[in-house]
Design a protein around this ligand. Structure first.
Ligand code: UDP
Length: 233
């Protein structure tokens, strides 16, 4: 794997907190990501915003969905600033970029600039989702992975792969080593939302679902070791 797209959900940044950004947890991820970058991996990160605001939650309380989604996208920009800062603190060059222009805060995402930064060894931290409401950051991850020519989408989660039922409540739950995109969609396995799965399938980009909390997990996944589920054609 040379260039990869890492999807970090907002939830992952919460750590044990009920809400928001847990800085020690964020710094731990950053240390691990920085180590992989120093070892030669080219990494684009798409960050979620569910730790701060989800459009659906706003819409459920009566907000206009599009406005609620814009709030969600703003939340992802906050997370991208926190992740980029933590990466810089960990000693690597990292650049937050937003799909929605906000020039005094961070650079606006363009494929060309992101590609240039990646080529020069910087980590790009992509906030603002796709820039459009009615999408998710999972779809953003698939979209950016396709346009930036990433060889895989690494979906960081709280468990070491995709199971046939919830391993937290069912001790007999079985983990899949591999799945096809079609199986994920047909069985509604909720690896990522269906738009993201379809886009990854159409672009032929494998999705690796792994547990970001385990020490060394990212390095292992990059080396093709350890426990994870691989979704491919
Ligand atoms: N969002 C959006 N368009 C996008 C990406 C995200 O409108 O292209 C909004 C949407 O409201 C979403 C919120 O941003 O709920 C946060 O993103 P997401 O729920 O994907 O974050 P995660 O679950 O990964 O933390």
């Amino acid at each position: 794997m040379t260039r990869v797209l890492l999807k970090l959900s907002g939830e992952a940044l919460m750590g044990a907190s009920p809400f928001g950004i847990d800085l020690p947890t964020t710094r731990e991820y950053a240390r691990e990501i920085a180590e992989c970058a120093r070892d030669g991996a080219s990494i684009a990160i798409v960050v979620g915003g569910g730790n701060i605001f989800r459009g659906m939650a706003g819409a459920a309380k009566g907000m206009d969905r599009a406005s609620a989604d814009y709030m969600g996208m703003l939340a992802t920009v906050m997370n991208s600033l926190a992740v980029a800062q933590a990466l810089r603190d960990a000693g690597v060059a990292a650049r937050p970029m937003s799909a929605i222009p906000m020039e005094s805060i961070c650079e606006t995402y363009t494929r060309y600039r992101a590609d240039e930064y990646l080529k020069s060894g910087e980590i790009v931290v992509l906030g603002g989702g796709t820039g459009s409401p009615f999408f998710t950051t999972d779809s953003t991850a698939a979209l950016r992975a396709a346009e930036l020519g990433c060889s895989a989408i690494l979906k960081a989660t709280q468990v070491d792969g995709v199971y046939d039922s919830d391993p937290k409540t069912n001790p007999a739950a079985t983990r899949f080593e591999t799945l096809t995109y079609g199986e994920v969609l047909a069985r509604d396995l909720r690896v990522m939302d269906s738009a993201a799965i379809a886009l990854a399938r159409d672009s032929g980009i494998p999705i690796i679902v792994f547990d970001i909390h385990r020490d060394g997990a990212l390095a292992d996944v990059l080396a093709g070791r350890g426990r994870f589920t691989r979704v491919a054609g």
